[in-house]
Design a protein around this ligand. Structure first.
Ligand code: SF4
Length: 397
């Protein structure tokens, strides 16, 4: 029989989307909106020796004819506002725990293996999807562009993002919010095809048209523990109306597969128990521990890749090589954070403006419609796929 292979992260099913991007770039009727994730800008450190290639990537995209280049980090700040508000609400309601939902590798894993905990996944969409959603609504409106002519193209360190963009709940009238996802590998291929040498370029800056700028909190989204640290900064502010005295929650910055911390959040609320895990084995241990009652956490950050997106399946090079470089990339993201004047998502002026101009409050009806999602129980589908693979293997033997 025909061999069917199913890879949980989508890595084996990777297809090359560079042709589609070239078609969009050369089509005069299409407005291309590019975004790239925090871990992409540190993804060229091993091969080109550029620790943070943010500026070179922007220049390269412009040279290729990109119409608008915006930063996924901006949307990371937005996700923190939404997710932070949701977590505080859950803590006040006594609903525990809340799991992060920005990693599609993890979301797929829950839908297929532990559908019972789906109600505990934050409903906030991932940064790439929030940005796609806002590009085709708010940005299109502001710039007077027909959203039907827009194509949102993401560059991601992640293969699972390719199937995330195809989720039917992340589309408007059947049109996906994100049109193409390129991995870093595909982006490198695109650069070669267009004859662009990233290392030779002068760094450029983002367009930041209405959606732009990012805080240090947005930058650390790409590494394990970053989402949690960013959320703690904003949750503290949401509860107390003043800043967390020390912006760096260093208790969460070690590299163990599962890390925990207890943080006093004030506002008359009990101390909250936080956990961070990365890699699906650690995720399984945490979920099993929560289900058995062994663990008692309020907020749990999960990333499917060991180390977070800095070791995602879409990076350049052989897995071992980039995993060896992961700690350094992680340090670079924390350095970017430390150098930002604004360290908290809620203090990003363009985030504040987006709320006052368009969204209203975090978790408002409009925010709910554009920036939140739902999940489906896919355990049966996964079980059937596993059975099918077993059957194929039996037939092949
Ligand atoms: Fe993708 Fe891995 Fe990052 Fe999850 S941790 S979003 S699977 S790169």
């Amino acid at each position: 029989g025909q061999c069917v292979m199913v890879c949980p992260t989508g890595a084996l099913a990777e297809r090359d989307d560079t042709d589609r991007v070239i078609d969009h770039l050369y089509d005069p009727d299409i407005v291309t909106v590019f975004q790239f994730a925090p871990a992409v800008r540190v993804g060229f450190a091993d091969s080109l020796g550029i620790d943070n290639a943010e500026g070179q990537i922007i220049t390269a995209l412009r040279k290729m004819g990109a119409d608008i280049v915006i930063d996924t980090n901006f949307a990371a700040d937005l996700v923190i506002m939404e997710e932070g508000t949701e977590v505080v609400r859950h803590i006040r309601q006594g609903k525990r725990p809340t799991f992060t939902s920005c990693c599609p590798g993890w979301v797929n894993f829950v839908e297929k293996n532990y559908p019972d905990i789906l109600p505990h996944l934050s409903s906030a969409r991932s940064p790439q999807q929030c940005l796609g959603s806002l590009a085709k609504t708010y940005l299109a409106e502001k710039m007077e562009i027909d959203p039907a002519r827009m194509r949102v193209i993401s560059i991601m360190p992640c293969t699972a993002k390719k199937d995330e963009m195809n989720r039917p709940q992340l589309a408007k009238n059947g049109v996906p919010d994100v049109d193409v996802v390129l991995t870093i590998r595909e982006f490198a291929r695109l650069l070669r095809r267009e004859g662009i040498d990233l290392a030779a370029l002068e760094p450029g800056t983002f367009d930041n048209p209405h959606l732009g700028g990012y805080s240090g909190a947005g930058a650390i989204f790409g590494t394990t523990g970053g989402v949690m640290e960013a959320a703690v900064r904003s949750a503290y502010f949401l509860i107390n109306g003043k800043e967390l005295p020390n912006a760096e929650v260093t208790a969460l910055r070690s590299f163990e597969n599962i890390r925990t911390a207890t943080v006093a959040v004030g506002g008359g609320l009990p101390d909250v128990n936080l956990a961070i895990c990365h890699g699906l084995k650690a995720a399984r241990d945490v979920v099993e521990g929560v289900l058995s009652g062994k663990y008692d956490f309020d907020f749990i950050e999960v990333m499917a890749c060991p180390g977070g997106c800095v070791t995602g399946g879409g990076h350049l090079r052989h897995k071992k090589a980039y995993q060896a470089g992961a700690p350094k990339k992680r340090v670079t993201l924390f350095d970017i954070d430390a150098q930002r004047v604004i360290r908290q998502s809620h203090n990003n002026p363009q985030i504040q403006h987006l709320y006052s101009d368009y969204l209203g409050e975090p978790m408002s009806e409009r925010a709910h419609h554009l920036l939140h999602t739902w999940y489906t129980d896919r355990k049966k589908e996964a079980d059937v796929a596993v059975k099918e693979i077993r059957r194929e293997i039996r037939l092949a033997l």
